[in-house]
Design a protein around this ligand. Structure first.
Ligand SMILES: Cc1ncc(C[n+]2csc(CCOP(=O)(O)OP(=O)(O)O)c2C)c(N)n1
Ligand SMILES: [Mg+2]
Length: 1016
């Protein structure tokens, strides 16, 4: 920015005062001064239209001016002085204002008008140019190598050299002219006018120093004014001596922590913070400000870089607990991957020293997958707000920390931003901090993004973006304070772009000179920020050298002592690294309080009551659509007959849990009505716009709340969010429904990294439920399969091991598994499994493949009897027809899951094979009900065993069930496959082919000779 330095000299050299100009304001009495920032509707400054149209007003002003020049606004003073100066001697003193004004004044003003207006507009435009584009030339890179916006281009309307004044029709001679400041700037402080020289100097200081602000895209005037006031007001960026000392102490901790780790474990990766040590005081500063604004719980998510430092110095995890993680011999006492250092989370309650208030800080466990934790943090924060009744986010907030490359590159960042303003997903403002070390592993930002800044994604939600040079700790602190105040004031997202560098390689073992030689030559020369800042404070007399050295020694001692005690640590308790403990749900040791089955049936009156509410409109004068009336009448008929379809089964589950005080939240695309128009949990008044009714919330006076919300069209973001929501409390049923099951794969990262292995990696239970519409119904490759094979492949039960059936096998198996995979064939069983999910003494993710055509299938109904008291979830539904009466005569047993059962049952009936063929439904596929399958296999001891599925052979359930069926029979009986042939696409796009395939495998299923003489 050398052009600025040159310019600064010119700007400093000018005179004060200068020529005057007119400001366009409406006619108000003389001496009624206005605050120029409030607008100019009643100002006392000269007005061109008034000059032309109201000589009496001007006369009044003129007389007042003659009495005393101070009686009028300074611009009127300038105006009349000019006229006097150019009047023939004697004339001006005649005190004949009308004559004077009508003649000389008006002709004079005509000459002045043009120039005055132009200059006035020019200065306004200039101010605006700085507000919009000043950040492009701000001095953000501590290394001074790269422009933070990746562009050397200097906007032509910024006055980086004197000749640029020409852009506005101004020149050097205008620098000392004073200009009235518009209402949209605060650079004047108490002054309403400033010389142009000073205007430019102050704009440069506000917008082109170590802070670059992007905010002018925000389409809310109050918010823009608020930001302008925070950054433009002269002298606003000042810190007290105490604040500077606190900042220095925090910087010492941050820096010396990394130094300590580097000294003790020189060959260990730690993803150090060197080059961005200021992150620690930055986070602490925003937490301080938020705490004083009333926040008492902060939920954070962050990647690898600086994580240990954040744990140590922000969350305040005991140092010995951190240091012992570097001991390779330390063994975990409980389950968990043991990967504490970079991935496990933490939860800590403490007193905020600055505010003396209690604060809970949690850092969420996260996978390596960058940014994946973002929506999870948001969901957890939303849940905490929800359960605490913090409807405005005044108590609980989230902070997300990002890397520059990941923030720009990962789509989930965008998906998360798009949740930020949605009523059922907003956390009322998140502070995002980007550790912008201007590199991603080995990739230069010019190869890593197409946007000028890594933060541009935040512009979509009108979040202000504060870029700041991380080597200026005070600028960083100021920005953090403003960001926290912004969040407290507007409850909207805000981004801090900490432009820094990475002192070493991606990790400490990497050689950065291989790929970034010039950058790293500069980095080697770069003085450490702690050295620069401490030198400055010592020079300014804020601290003495001795005090500084004592502070360093004090922290080093703390580290040494913790290191010594870390050696006593013999075992690692992963349980101590939980980000979301559920203290009352488990025993003190973190174990389930019981390990027995739970009855999930319901009382008749509960079923009746829920059924009636589900068939009615609980609000008066509420006009629903006639089509919906028909649907509700249909429901009422079912209830009268003590029957239920899928939608009613779901109602029974949700409603009964709500009755017991369990919050139920169903989220996903179009879930309110249901993709297949079967659910209708939100009724819309046909006459009154936006009037809605959620009957589920009208069940009982003291019931828990029911949340049902259509989500944004995102799977990764929304599933992550719901997973986070489900972490907050075990006493809630949180469900995410995919529009079609296929779409779960755009949330694959959440499934693979969190849901399937979450407990194994992070000893954390989670009871999230995934509803995945699934079924081969001729709808083509993209709307058929929820890919059960993928979920089953990740199930952790051993296919080759026949378990022992001791204790409560059902519960023990559920306790041991990583998740539960079911495909319920009846509404009652669907209801049971949802209720079991909450009544279990622990939490496991539940994957449910849900039906489409079965939603309305007359055979796929349940009786109230199937949900009566004493009934439970059926992991397997045996055959209860003629085959079961005479099992030894049965020739074939077909095991199946889901909708194909109904096709098989119909075909069997048509072919009159009900005595010869038994059909058994596996409702809980994983963990595999070895006990029940064995009973069935033994019962039909003379029968062939068949696995039948409608999915292609390399998909569906076969690869999972086959080895387990073989294990059940100790490999003594073959298991035959019936179903579609292997294929690449999950389904054909051709209806005819679809039915042909169905017919072919149905023929095989009921051809009792199909496998005769065949070898497996
Ligand atoms: C989704 C994902 N893709 C790739 C990686 C591999 N990876 C780990 S760190 C890293 C670079 C990250 O750069 P940046 O976000 O700028 O963070 P920094 O390491 O510079 O702090 C990459 C590509 C990953 N962890 N996650
Ligand atoms: Mg980076």
């Amino acid at each position: 920015m050398s052009q600025f330095r040159a310019l600064a000299g010119v700007l400093r050299g000018g005179r004060a005062g200068g020529s005057q100009w007119l400001r366009a304001c409406g006619g108000a009495p003389v001496r009624r001064w206005v605050d120029p920032r409030r607008g100019c509707s009643s100002g006392a400054a000269p007005v061109l239209s008034t000059v032309a149209g109201s000589s009496s007003y001007m006369e009044e002003m003129y007389i007042a001016w003659l009495e005393d020049h101070k009686n009028v606004h300074e611009s009127w003073d300038a105006f009349f002085s000019n006229i006097h100066a150019s009047s023939p001697p004697g004339e001006a003193g005649e005190r004949r204002p009308s004559a004077l004004l009508e003649g000389r004044v008006l002709s004079h003003s005509a000459n002045m008008t043009q120039k005055v207006v132009e200059d006035h507009l020019a200065v306004h435009t200039l101010i605006r140019a700085y507000q919009i584009r000043g950040h492009h030339v701000a001095q953000l890179d501590p290394l001074g190598i790269l422009d933070a916006d990746l562009d050397h281009f200097v906007p032509s309307d910024l006055i980086t050299t004197i000749d640029k004044l020409g852009f506005y029709g101004l020149d050097e001679s205008d620098l000392d002219r004073s200009f009235q400041l518009p209402s949209t700037t605060f650079i004047g402080g108490e002054d309403t006018t400033l010389p142009l020289r000073e205007i430019i100097r102050r704009l440069e200081a506000s917008y082109c120093g170590h802070i670059g602000i992007e905010f002018m895209f925000i389409n809310n005037v109050d918010q823009c004014q608020w930001i302008r006031q925070k950054f433009e007001t002269p002298g606003i960026l000042k810190f007290t001596k105490l604040e500077k000392r606190t900042l220095l102490a925090r910087l010492i901790r941050s820096t010396r922590f990394e130094d300590f780790l580097a000294r003790k474990w020189s060959s260990e990766k730690r993803f150090g913070l060197e080059g961005c040590e200021v992150l620690i005081p930055a986070l602490k500063s925003m937490i301080d400000t938020s705490s004083s604004a009333g926040i008492d719980s902060v939920i954070m998510g962050m990647p690898h870089r600086g994580r240990l430092n954040v744990l140590a110095n922000v969350i305040r995890k005991e140092l010995d607990q951190i240091f012992c993680q570097f001991d390779p011999k330390l063994e975990a006492s409980d389950e968990g991957s043991g990967d504490v250092k970079y991935h496990l989370g933490m939860y800590h309650e403490r007193i905020n020293r600055e505010t003396d208030k209690n604060i809970t800080l949690s850092l969420m466990a996260n996978p390596s997958h960058l940014e994946a934790v973002d929506p999870v943090v948001q969901g957890k924060a939303k849940a905490e707000q929800f359960y605490r009744g913090d409807t405005q986010g005044k108590k609980v907030m989230s902070i997300l920390i990002h890397g520059d490359a990941a923030f720009a590159g990962q789509g989930v960042v965008y998906e998360t931003f798009h949740l930020s303003e949605l009523p059922s997903y907003t956390t009322h403002g998140t502070i995002h901090v980007v550790v912008n070390n201007q590199i991603g592993f080995t990739t230069d930002p010019r190869m890593a993004r197409s946007s000028p800044y890594p933060t541009d994604v935040a512009r979509v939600v009108n979040a202000p973006i504060f870029h700041v040079n991380a080597d200026d700790p005070e600028a960083v602190m100021y920005v953090c304070r403003v960001a926290a105040e912004w969040r407290a004031t507007f409850n909207k997202d805000v981004v801090i772009d900490l432009v820094c560098y990475r002192r070493f390689g991606h990790n400490e073992m990497d050689e950065p000179m291989f790929t970034q030689p010039l950058m790293y030559k500069q980095i080697r020369r770069q003085e450490h920020v702690l050295k620069k800042y401490s030198d400055r404070l010592i020079a300014d007399g804020v601290v003495t050298l001795q005090e500084y050295e004592e502070e360093v020694a004090k922290y080093d001692k703390i580290c040494e002592e913790a290191y010594a005690s870390s050696k006593d640590e013999k075992i690692l308790q992963i349980r101590h690294w939980l980000d979301s403990p559920w203290p009352d749900f488990f025993t003190a040791e973190g174990e389930p309080k019981s390990m027995s089955s739970v009855p999930t049936g319901l009382k008749e009156e509960v079923l009746q009551h829920i059924g009636q509410t589900a068939s009615s409109v609980p609000l008066d004068d509420f006009q629903i659509h006639p089509g919906l009336s028909r649907i509700l009448r249909g429901r009422a008929d079912l209830v009268k007959n003590r029957q239920m379809d899928w939608a009613l089964g779901e109602y029974m589950a949700f409603g009964s849990l709500l009755k017991d005080g369990i919050h139920v939240r169903l989220s996903g695309q179009d879930v309110e009505r249901g993709t297949f128009s079967h659910r209708h949990h939100v009724l819309h008044d046909q006459e009154v716009d936006k009037r809605i009714c959620v009957p589920m919330n009208h069940l009982w006076a003291d019931q828990a709340p029911y949340t049902v919300c259509n989500s944004s069209l995102s799977e990764y973001g929304v599933l992550g969010f719901e997973l986070g929501f489900a972490m907050a409390s075990p006493n809630a049923l949180i469900l995410w429904e995919a529009q079609f099951g296929d779409f779960n794969n755009t949330a694959q990262c959440i499934i693979d990294q969190f849901i399937s292995p979450g407990q194994a990696k992070w000893v954390r239970n989670n009871g999230i439920v995934l509803l995945l519409p699934h079924g081969m119904e001729g709808m083509g490759p993209e709307h058929s399969s929820a890919r059960p094979e993928r979920f089953l492949q990740m199930s952790n039960d051993d296919p080759d091991h026949f378990p022992e059936f001791s204790g409560d096998f059902e519960v023990q198996q559920l306790y041991d598994c990583n998740w539960i995979v079911v495909n319920c064939s009846t509404p009652a069983n669907y209801c049971h499994v949802l209720r079991r999910q909450i009544l279990l003494p622990f939490r496991k993710p539940l994957i449910i493949f849900t039906p489409k055509s079965l939603l309305r299938h007359p055979d796929a109904r349940s009786s109230f009897e199937d949900l009566a008291e004493g009934t439970t979830f059926k992991r397997l539904i045996p055959d209860v027809g003629p085959a079961s009466q005479n099992p030894s005569q049965v020739k074939r047993v077909i095991f199946c899951a889901g909708k194909v059962y109904y096709e098989l049952a119909r075909e069997r009936k048509q072919q009159k094979l009900e005595k010869e063929i038994a059909i058994i439904r596996l409702e809980q596929i994983s963990p595999f009900p070895f006990d029940l399958v064995r009973t069935e296999a033994e019962k039909y001891g003379n029968a062939e065993l068949v696995w039948c599925q409608e999915e292609h052979k390399n998909m569906g359930y076969y690869d999972y069930t086959r080895p387990r069926l073989l294990t059940v029979t100790a490999n003594r009986r073959p298991v035959w496959y019936v179903g579609r042939d292997p294929a690449a696409a999950p389904a054909t796009g051709n209806k005819f082919t679809h039915f042909n395939e169905l017919k072919r495998f149905m023929d095989t299923a009921f051809n009792l000779n199909a496998f005769t003489g065949k070898d497996l």
